[in-house]
Design a protein around this ligand. Structure first.
Ligand code: NZQ
Ligand code: ZN
Length: 404
């Protein structure tokens, strides 16, 4: 196991009906900006619950900013940041999924980057996004009410922002962006469309894979936790499809998705975020949901990198899918069997496993490679060896599904 520091200050408040805890969690004299997405929080009554809880105790001044898009848009977020300054906001409360929470983290970090006229500077915020966010030394406090289990944003300090004008979807991170608290009410997930539930299961699954599927460093805790999370996601992914209203299933999916990307299983182990980085370009160029880009790319990453990931792929086959090699089976055959099981799982959830499944063909590849180059995603992987040639081969493999 490699050396590590683990720090996670996020208070998790988990369970049905817990939104009322906001009256204690948000400082009583705060000037609060509630941030939310395209309207689901209003429609489902969650926003009303939030408003009621905030008015219950103290003298908070509450403002609202709605309209943060899925794959939150840079330009929209700058408008929210201007609101932070205009109303002297000292607490941002994000109500929504990964997009709203990520977007709110970005707002919390960049609202102090102003022009002389007091508006938030587009250029400074862009500079922050392309690499300097981690150097920012102040941020507005932030809390979250999670409405879709998927990204883990509720318990980590990172996010992803989309800047359509520049065809860029880029990750950022800063410890100041850890939420002070996150409320996880599994009942809030019952209003999700099926496709978003499945997206969430798949995103969490791939988060675990990107921290697990590298090479062994004898990190027994991280490996066993990761394998357990994967098995739970497989079991509960099927369960939620069969019985969408089962609250026990919803609870387990919600907590698993949080655990998948709160830093714990990624401590002291190599990581490989190749699937995510290629996936971000697919979202930015073709507006494919984040999780669906991952299920398209991951099987091909596994196949293309099967030699450098061989030990972990065999461990994955054995411990997650119970595939035991018989005497006549080669390692490659065992690995291929595990990849096919992974694809079948994604398909069962109604998710694409190839570019063709998303109505794209090999003409999509060149623009993705150009974008990866433009965003300096040229040394991906646990060995920093996944250059553009490797990414191209991954995408070529992903054109059609091998198992289809
Ligand atoms: O916008 P509204 O109207 O709220 O609708 C949303 C949106 O259309 C809807 N929704 C959310 N909760 C709902 C609901 N509809 C009904 N009932 C509810 N309870 O669901 C749609 C998707 O929401 P979104 O927030 O975009 O989904 P998700 O949580 O999957 O977030 C995706 C974003 O997170 C980033 C992705 O790149 C993407 O931009 N990620 C963030 C990460 C992080 N911070 O660590 C890691 C991830 O890998 C990921 O990259
Ligand atoms: Zn993800």
């Amino acid at each position: 196991m490699n050396n590590f520091q683990y720090y996670n200050p996020v208070r998790i408040v988990f369970g049905e009906g817990q939104i009322e805890q906001l009256s204690d969690l948000v400082p009583t004299d705060a000037r609060v900006l509630i941030t939310y997405g395209g309207g689901s929080a209003e429609r489902t009554g969650t926003l009303d619950e939030v408003r009621t809880a905030l008015s219950a105790n103290g003298n908070r001044e509450v403002f609202e900013f709605g309209g943060i898009e899925p794959n939150p848009e840079f330009v929209t977020l700058l408008k929210a940041a201007d609101q932070v300054n205009e109303h002297n906001i000292d607490f941002i409360l994000a109500v929504g999924g990964g997009s709203v929470i990520d977007g709110s983290k970005f707002v919390a970090l960049v609202s102090s980057l102003k022009e002389d006229d007091g508006t938030v500077s587009r250029e400074k915020a862009w500079d922050a996004l392309i690499g300097y966010t981690k150097k920012l030394d102040s941020a507005v406090d932030l809390g979250a009410v999670l409405t879709i289990p998927a990204t883990g944003s509720e318990m980590n300090s990172g996010g992803v922002v989309n800047y359509s004008e520049r065809q860029a979807k880029l990750p950022f991170g800063n410890p100041l962006a850890f939420p002070k608290f996150s409320i996880l009410d599994p009942a809030k997930t019952l209003t999700l469309p099926d496709s978003q539930v499945m997206n969430g299961v798949a995103d969490a699954f791939v988060h675990v894979m990107e921290q697990y599927l590298t090479y062994p460093v004898n990190a027994k805790v991280q490996d066993a936790f990761a394998e357990s999370l994967l098995k739970i996601l497989i079991e509960e992914g099927h369960a939620v499809k069969a019985d969408p209203n089962n609250m026990e299933t919803r609870k387990n999916i919600m907590w698993t998705a949080t655990m998948a990307l709160n830093g714990l299983i990624g401590t002291g182990v190599p990581q490989d975020w190749t699937t995510h980085m290629i996936g971000h370009e697919l979202t930015s160029l073709h507006a494919i949901d984040h999780a669906r880009t991952l299920t398209i790319v991951l099987p091909s990453v596994m196949r293309e990198l099967k030699d450098s990931k061989k030990d972990k792929l065999l461990q994955y086959a054995r411990n997650v899918w119970n595939i035991e090699a018989n005497n006549n089976q080669s390692d490659d055959e065992v690995i291929e069997a595990a990849i096919v099981r992974t694809e079948d799982f994604f398909r069962d959830l109604g998710l694409p496993v190839s570019l063709a499944d998303a109505d794209l063909d090999d003409s999509a590849i060149d623009p993705i490679i150009e974008q990866l180059e433009a965003h300096k995603m040229v040394k991906l992987g646990e060995h920093n060896k996944n250059d553009l040639t490797v990414s191209r081969r991954i995408l070529e493999r992903a054109t059609t599904s091998k198992a289809s």
